[in-house]
Structure formats: C-alpha cells, structure tokens
Write a protein of this length. Structure first.
Length: 256
C-alpha cells in the first residue's frame, strides 16, 4: 500500500496536534512542523506506538528562508506531498496603548499570511507537476470582519482565505483541491490565554474530526461548529453603525 504523505504545520499543540493524532495511522506518513522539538517528538512517539509513521520537523516558519529549506527537504524525502495542511498560526490582541504593536503585528503577518502563502506556492508547483494534491488552509471566522483588538489577526486570516479562493479558481484545470477551514472557538493554548467570551467552544479533538471529514469530502470552504455559519453570516452583514457600536464597547471592555 502506498502511504499518503501529509504535512501539518503547527502540529505541536491544539488543532494541529489533534489533526496529527487523527491522521497518525498505518495509511499515512506525517511531516509535522512547529518550533517546539520536545512536543513534536512526543507526538511522533505516540503515533509510532500506534503503528503510524511520523517525522518531527522543528522550524520557525516565520523565517521564510528556513521554511523553504525544510519544505524542499520534506519534498525530497517524501517523494511528493499528497496533503498539505497549513495550520500554524499566532494571534495576539493589540490595544494601542503599549509599545509592542509593531512587533506583534509583524509576527502575525509573517506567520499567518506571508509564510503560509509562500509555503503553499512552493508545494503547489510540485503538485502541478504530478497533477494531484490537496491543500488545506486554516483561516478563521475572525477573518469575516475586522474584530475589536484583533484587526491585524483578522486581516491575516481574511487575506489568507482570499488567497486560497484565488488559488482554487486559478487551478481549475488541475486535479488539485483547495479547502479553506474557518474555525470558530476551539479550546487550545491560543484561546486559553484570552478571557473573552467563547461561544460554541469546541475541543481540538472534535475540531479535528470535523476538519478531517471536510477534507475527505474535498469541501471548498468549511465553517465550524455549525452555529458559527449563522454567527459568521450575521457578523458579516451587520450594518457598520451597529458593528462599530458593539465592537467599540467590546474593545474598551478588553482594554480594562
Ligand atoms: N483556537 C481557536 O479558537 C481558533 C479559531 C480560529 C482559527 N484558529 C486557527 O487555527 C490554527 C491552529 O490554532 P490553535 O488554536 O491550534 O493554536 P495553538 O494551539 O496556539 O497552535 C498554534 C500552532 O502553531 C505553531 N506555531 C506558532 N508559531 C509558529 C512559528 N513561528 N513557526 C512554526 N510554528 C509555529 C505552534 O507551535 P510552536 O509554538 O511549537 O511553534 C502550534 O503548534 C491557527 O492558524 C489559528 O489561527 C484557531
């Protein structure tokens, strides 16, 4: 049996880790990327103990040069990737009363937008050559509108989702699938350190189950959990005066 070659970025915690454990079986060879070597090694051990095959690829993906280096290494060692899941992400609130807004903005843009797109551009060239492959990008419902104290994060996710849409229609003649995932709130280290309300919060394990189903069905766009489809539509269509009223209230509450 030929094993499916799967790359997952941001595989050391949260949604990425849950996806790695879900795909970590005898049918697949996994290439797991994140910065934390220890966490990746533990996940690789767990997958191997369950009869799967996985490789730990430590890398700071915000360094585009390093990201391209490891991407080429994975491509060479794997003989070609079947499924690329670009999941790594960073989110931070910007309050505009500190000095770290530029540094934080840069971190989000470098990882969530720049590196994510360049990595896809690298692997898509390889997929085009064999005319097969599936690229999955993890965006966010936070990208549906400029969220209070999260304008940069929202912009990186909206931009990433727009890029994926453009890629999907550009690749119309190839047998390459593109799936955009828009999670609502998932209980991961990313959300655990933020004290805002998290309606319809779900676990990483549930998230991974829903995401893998959407991938199998080759969905173009997937929003979860289900109520977020309605919430997302509502937020997108809220008139500016109401969006600003509630957004400003929320921002000043978080600012306290
Ligand atoms: N949780 C939610 O409610 C939610 C909602 C919507 C969208 N999302 C999106 O879902 C994705 C996964 O998030 P999560 O909730 O699972 O968050 P998480 O638990 O914080 O996971 C983020 C992952 O990205 C990796 N990462 C961060 N910076 C990196 C860097 N510079 N280079 C390489 N890897 C890096 C982290 O590993 P290291 O620290 O080891 O590098 C970790 O594996 C993100 O794109 C996030 O924006 C999450």
């Amino acid at each position: 049996m030929t094993k499916k070659q799967i790359v997952i970025t941001g595989a050391s915690t949260g949604i990425g880790k849950a996806l790695a454990l879900k795909y970590g079986n005898e049918e697949n060879t996994l290439w797991l990327i994140a910065r934390s070597t220890d966490k990746l090694n533990k996940i690789v051990d767990e997958i191997k103990n369950n009869g799967g095959e996985a490789n730990s690829i430590p890398c700071d993906l915000s360094n585009t040069e390093k990201m391209l280096e490891i991407s080429q290494n994975i491509e060479d060692r794997s003989g070609g990737i079947d499924l690329l899941i670009v999941n790594a992400g960073y989110s931070s609130r910007i309050f505009y009363h500190g000095n770290d807004n530029i540094k934080e903005a840069q971190k989000m843009i470098d990882l969530n937008f720049l590196s994510a797109i360049i990595m896809i551009e690298y692997f898509v060239q390889k997929m085009i050559k064999k005319n097969s492959g599936h690229i999955v990008g993890v965006a966010s419902v936070a990208g549906f509108r400029g969220m209070p104290t999260a304008g940069v994060y929202s912009a990186t996710k909206a931009g990433f989702a727009t890029y994926l849409e453009g890629l999907r229609v550009s690749l119309g003649n190839y047998k390459i699938d593109i799936t955009t995932i828009n999670p609502g709130f998932v209980d991961t280290p990313m959300t655990q350190n933020k004290n805002n309300p998290k309606p319809f919060l779900t676990t990483p394990k549930n998230a991974a189950t829903m995401i893998t189903k959407a991938i199998t069905k080759k969905k173009k766009r997937f929003i979860f959990p289900k109520p977020m489809i309605f919430v997302g539509w509502f937020v997108r269509n809220l008139p500016n005066f109401l969006f600003d009223y509630f957004g400003r209230k929320f921002a000043s509450k978080l600012n306290k």
